[in-house]
Design a protein around this ligand. Structure first.
Ligand code: AKG
Ligand code: FE2
Length: 301
C-alpha cells in the first residue's frame, strides 16, 4: 500500500522505482526509502544523541528553550506546539535546528534562518546532529529530483531552489502516553507538513499513522536505515495538487518513541504557487504556519 523505494534504483531512474515513486507521490502521499547514503549506524548515532539530550538534565534543556526567542531553534517542551487547532497542544518534546546563512547574506536575519542553539550536553551533540543534517539534506535533494522525474516534471527544476534551504531538522521525543491524556491529546495531532518533503527516521517503534484517502488511519513503521517520506503543503501547491500532502499523527502508547524528521524546504524567496497562479513565497507560507502552530510564536501568547 505504501510503496517501498530503493534510493539507488530511483537515482538510476529504474522504471519500477519511478512508477512506485509516482504512485507514492500522487496517490498515497507517503513512501518508504532504503539504500540511501545514511546507514542504520549513522541513524542510531543521531537517535542516541537526541535521546541523551531529552532524557538528560532539565536545566541543560531549559538553557536552549526556544520560548524566549522569536524563532524555532533549540528545545520545545511538552505543549510547545499545537499542530491541530481542534486538538490540545502536543505532548511531545522537540529539538529543532536549521540552516544558518553567512552574516552578510541578505536573508541572514530572517527567523527561518535563525542561529542554532546547541546544548552543553551530551558531549558531541552538535557534531553528530550537524553531520546527520548535512547528509539528510543531500538525500532529500536527490530524492526530490527523482520524484520530479517520476511525476513527469523537469528533474533539474529543483536544483537551484535549494541553495539556501529553509530546512529544519527536528528530534521528536514522545514519552509514554500520559495517564491524563484524553481524546484530544496526541503525541502529535493530525497535520500535514508545511514544506516540500519530509525525510523521517524513527527508532523503529510503531506509532505513526497515515490517513488514507477513505479517511481511515494506517500504521507506518520503519527501522533505522529505512526512511519514511511524505510530502508537504508547499509541494502540493507547487505541483498544482499532483503530489499529495497527506495528514498523519501519533497518538502514542506505552513505549517511549523517538523520531527525526528533516523538513526540506526551498529558499525563502522561491515561488511555490501552482502553475499560472499568482506567486506564493515559500518563506511567507512557512513563517505563517510556524506562527500558527508554535505556542511561543502565537499572537498574544
Ligand atoms: O514521529 C513521527 O513519526 C512523525 C512526526 C511528524 O509528523 C512531524 O514531526 O511532523
Ligand atoms: Fe509531520
Amino acid at each position: 500500500m505504501i510503496p517501498h523505494i530503493d534510493a539507488k534504483a530511483l537515482s538510476a531512474r529504474a522504471p519500477e522505482a519511478l512508477s512506485a515513486t509516482r504512485h507514492g507521490a500522487e496517490e498515497v502521499g507517503f513512501l518508504t526509502l532504503h539504500n540511501t547514503a545514511l546507514d542504520a549506524e549513522q541513524v542510531h548515532a543521531a537517535l542516541d544523541a537526541y535521546r541523551a539530550f531529552f532524557k538528560g538534565d532539565a536545566a541543560n534543556k531549559q538553557a536552549v528553550n526556544m520560548d524566549v526567542t522569536g524563532s524555532n531553534r533549540g528545545w520545545g517542551g511538552a505543549g510547545s506546539e499545537q499542530v491541530d487547532p481542534q486538538a490540545n497542544p502536543d505532548y511531545k518534546e522537540v529539538f529543532d535546528c536549521g540552516v544558518e546563512l553567512p552574516a552578510d547574506d541578505p536573508f541572514a536575519r530572517l527567523p527561518v534562518y535563525a542561529p542554532n542553539q546547541w546544548p552543553r550536553e551530551p558531549a558531541g551533540f552538535q557534531t553528530t546532529i550537524e553531520t546527520y543534517f548535512a547528509q539528510a539534506r543531500a538525500i532529500s535533494l536527490k530524492l526530490l529530483q527523482g520524484i520530479s522525474a517520476a511525476i513527469g516534471a523537469d528533474p533539474t527544476f529543483f536544483a537551484d531552489k535549494f541553495t539556501k534551504p529553509m530546512a529544519l531538522l527536528r528530534g521528536n521525543y514522545y514519552p509514554e502516553r500520559p495517564a491524563w491524556a484524553g481524546d484530544r491529546d496526541f503525541g502529535i495531532a493530525a497535520h500535514t507538513d508545511y514544506g516540500c518533503l519530509t525525510l523521517l527516521a524513527t527508532d523503529g517503534q510503531p506509532g505513526l499513522e497515515v490517513q488514507l484517502r477513505d479517511g481511515t488511519w494506517a500504521p507506518v513503521q520503519a527501522d533505522p536505515g529505512t526512511f519514511i517520506i511524505n510530502f508537504g503543503e508547499m509541494l502540493e501547491m507547487w505541483t498544482g495538487g499532483q503530489v499529495r500532502a497527506t495528514p498523519h499523527r501519533v497518538i502514542g502508547g506505552a513505549q517511549e518513541r523517538l523520531s527525526i524528521p528533516l523538513f526540506f524546504n526551498p529558499a525563502f524567496d522561491t515561488n511555490v504557487a501552482p502553475p499560472e497562479a499568482p506567486p506564493i513565497e515559500a518563506g511567507e507560507h512557512l513563517s505563517r504556519r510556524y506562527m500558527e502552530t508554535y505556542s511561543h510564536l502565537q499572537d498574544g501568547s
